[in-house]
Ligand binder design. Structure first.
Ligand code: BEZ
Length: 213
C-alpha cells in the first residue's frame, strides 16, 4: 500500500457502517468529506469526540461537508456504543461509523501505525474536496482528543483557498484578514478583491476575508 499524501485521490471503498452498507464516494456526493478514525469502541476519549462531532452537525452542513467515522469494532458493538455516546454526551450520533473489523479501510488510509499500536488505529483525519482529492491529513495519538473547532477552522481555510484564491495566515480565524495567493498579480488582485488589499511586501498582501459582507 502506497502512503497517501496531500493531493492524492482519496481511495473509494464500500463499508459496513452503523447506518448500513455505504459506498464512500456515493455518500460524499459532490460535497466535502471528513473521514476520521477512532482506536476502539467503548473508550473514553473517542466517546467524547463522537459526541462532539454530532453536536457540530450544523457547522458541517453549512460547509457542505459530510462526516464519516471509523472504528475497528463490529456493527453490534457500534450500536451499543452509540447508545452510550448519546446518553453520556447528551446528543444523538448523526453520521455513520464504519465497522472496520478486518481493518481493510484503516489499512487503505494508513490509520494503523504499528509502532504506536499494531491493531488499533491512531486518530487520523482526512479532509476530502469535492473532486475527491485529499486536502488535509492530521494524525493524533490515541491519548489526545482532537480539537473539532480546529477542524472547522481548517475546513474554512481550505474552502477560502478553493473558492477565493486566498490563503490564511498564522492563527487565522473566521473574520480575520487573509493572504492573497502569490499566483495572483497585483493587477488581477485589484479586480478580484474589491474590498482592497494592503501590500506589506510584494509577497505579503492582506485583504479582508472575501466571503463576508
Ligand atoms: C480513548 O479513546 O480513550 C483511548 C483509546 C485508545 C487508547 C487510549 C485512549
Amino acid at each position: 500500500m502506497a502512503t497517501l499524501r496531500l493531493g492524492d485521490k482519496a481511495p473509494n471503498f464500500t463499508a459496513q457502517t452503523s447506518e448500513g452498507e455505504i459506498d464512500f464516494y456515493d455518500f460524499l456526493g459532490d460535497g466535502w468529506g471528513i473521514l476520521f478514525s477512532h482506536p476502539a469502541d467503548y473508550t473514553p476519549v473517542c466517546t467524547t469526540e463522537l459526541g462532539t462531532v454530532a453536536k457540530y452537525k450544523d457547522e458541517f452542513l453549512k460547509r457542505n461537508a459530510k462526516v464519516m467515522a471509523l472504528s475497528v469494532d463490529g456493527i453490534e458493538s457500534h450500536k451499543g456504543w452509540i447508545n452510550d455516546i448519546n446518553e453520556t454526551q447528551n446528543t444523538s450520533v448523526n453520521f455513520p461509523i464504519i465497522a472496520d473489523e478486518d481493518r481493510k479501510i484503516a489499512n487503505l488510509y494508513d490509520m494503523i501505525h504499528p509502532n504506536a499500536d499494531d491493531t488499533l488505529t491512531v486518530r487520523s483525519v482526512y479532509v476530502i474536496a469535492p473532486d475527491k482529492t485529499i486536502k488535509l491529513m492530521i494524525t493524533y495519538p490515541a491519548s489526545t482528543g482532537r480539537n473539532f473547532d480546529e477542524l472547522i477552522r481548517v475546513l474554512d481555510s481550505l474552502q477560502l483557498t478553493a473558492y477565493h484564491k486566498v490563503a490564511t495566515p498564522a492563527n487565522w480565524k473566521h473574520g480575520d484578514e487573509v493572504v492573497i495567493s502569490p499566483a495572483v498579480s497585483n493587477e488581477d488582485a485589484k479586480n478580484i478583491f474589491t474590498k482592497g488589499f494592503k501590500e506589506v511586501k510584494p509577497y505579503l498582501r492582506l485583504t479582508p476575508q472575501p466571503n463576508l459582507n
